[in-house]
Design a protein. Structure first.
Length: 127
């Protein structure tokens, strides 16, 4: 799990999210209010909600455009069960919450790698 993912308060501007999303390594900005997950903003969100709608990115607040995540994972969920959910729902990244507070992000590829590391090596027959 990535602890303390990139998050901005709901009262910050869409421009600030756009600046963060301009970096190639950032795919999502989580929107929080006092660490409680409000939603997420992606490049696609900014195009649809700001550019196409003709809104001002300086005055539009993230809380107005944040999209609720389709799925979250509770922090106490066992890793193998979390991976199964990610696989079944075909999700790449999911916010991890403790109650309603954002505590991290879980990536399917990272979980898959971690579970593979924990597996004992397969028995090999030597002939």
């Amino acid at each position: 799990m990535v602890r303390e993912p990139l998050a901005l308060e709901a009262d910050r501007s869409a421009r600030e999210a756009g600046e963060a999303l301009a970096r190639p390594d950032v795919r999502v900005v989580f929107v929080v209010s006092d660490r409680r997950l409000v939603g997420a903003v992606t490049r696609k969100t900014l195009v649809r909600e700001i550019v196409a709608a003709g809104r001002d990115p300086e005055t539009t607040l993230l809380g107005e455009i944040a999209e609720r995540p389709n799925h979250t994972i509770a922090c106490e969920m066992p890793l193998d069960r979390a991976f199964t959910e990610l696989e079944e729902l075909d999700l790449e990244r999911v916010p991890v919450i403790d109650g309603d507070r954002l505590v991290g992000v879980l990536s399917r590829s990272v979980v898959q790698r971690r579970l593979a590391e924990d597996e004992p090596p397969p028995d090999q027959d030597v002939e």
